[in-house]
Write a protein that binds this ligand. Sequence first.
Ligand SMILES: Cc1cc2nc3c(=O)[nH]c(=O)nc-3n(C[C@H](O)[C@H](O)[C@H](O)COP(=O)(O)O)c2cc1C
Length: 197
Amino acid sequence: MKKINKLFFIIPAVVILAAAGWFAYRFSQTSSTEGAVMSDKNILIAYYSYSGNTESIAKKIQAKTGGDLFEIKTVTPYPKDYNTVVEQAQKEKQADFYPELQEKVADIAKYDVVFLGTPVWWYTMAPPVKTFIKENSLDGKTVIPFCTHGGGGASATFSDMAKLAPNAKVLEGIEIYERGNASTDNELNKWIEKTLK
Ligand SMILES: Cc1cc2nc3c(=O)[nH]c(=O)nc-3n(C[C@H](O)[C@H](O)[C@H](O)COP(=O)(O)O)c2cc1C
């Protein structure tokens, strides 16, 4: 009788421990992939960045989506002096200038989704991004724009991108002040999840 009483307590205890172990295992599996977005689409994150802000956002999008990163680079770099580049960029905008780029995306055809990032230059995208759109066909693709700015917001950046890529499906973009912060990181993650749904 004594033996039966012991088993009465031991068996449920073993079952509970096994269940707890299984839940702990499942939970650890889930949390290891937390933050990443699961997508069956081929994703490219293409960006131009003069002083690193847009690049830091592009890298966050890459980490979250697992897509390929492509930096848009001009053959002739922009001047390092801030006032000089501001002046040059204004002239380039007025002249609708397309700067020459170092390279095209190796196989743009394989991507379904292109996150396209730019700093706001004179209320629109930086000229290298215009060249990128012209040289890499975005026809039939989903384009998800993002930009960083110095306080003026996206201005005409996203609508100008949509005009240059009329055969792409351009989704709602995100604008981030300079390099962003913890709160914009949170906003960025939610925006990525929403746009990739
Ligand atoms: C040539 C030039 C023009 C700019 N024009 C604007 C503008 O129209 N509106 C704005 O809010 N910020 C403007 N900025 C600030 C940049 O958009 C901002 O600093 C951005 O985060 C820089 O990104 P990057 O570090 O990736 O180059 C301008 C900066 C430069 C260099």
